[in-house]
Ligand binder design. Sequence first.
Ligand code: SF4
Length: 157
Amino acid sequence: MKIAKEPVLVSACLLGQPVRYDGQAKSYPHPLFTALSALNLLHSFCPECAGGLPTPRPPAEQQSDGRVITHRGIDVTEQFATGAKKALALCQAEHIKYAVLKANSPSCGNEQIYDGQFEGRLIAGQGVTAKLLTAHQIQVFNEHQLDELTKLLERQA
Ligand code: SF4
């Protein structure tokens, strides 16, 4: 695979790191990750960990007013915001224009998130980190859109 030498931010859980709220990973092997890694262009990052939350941690969902609340009612908005700001700072420091973030996460989801009621219903929307990166012109993909990003980077090579 011949791709442009563009650094890419990737959700740490997609790369096999056990950083999810339930202490698990969501490994998503893909040739693009292998190619980026070989070129030293892969930046693994977990915004919720960077925001100071432990692993494992209670599940949290974004509410309609933008706050992020755990299923037990604890407000973790500040930690989610801190993680998002740290993700943006890393992107700006490393000149990162593309990110691959885990679909549906309250931090990382780029198109859909859970509706805040903890009943497993997805709605259109972005997680806190995906939203901040998008607002700063960083193009956010999810793990189901890796072929799309691969083609884009191949065209730029
Ligand atoms: Fe994965 Fe993002 Fe959740 Fe961290 S915050 S575990 S990177 S989906």
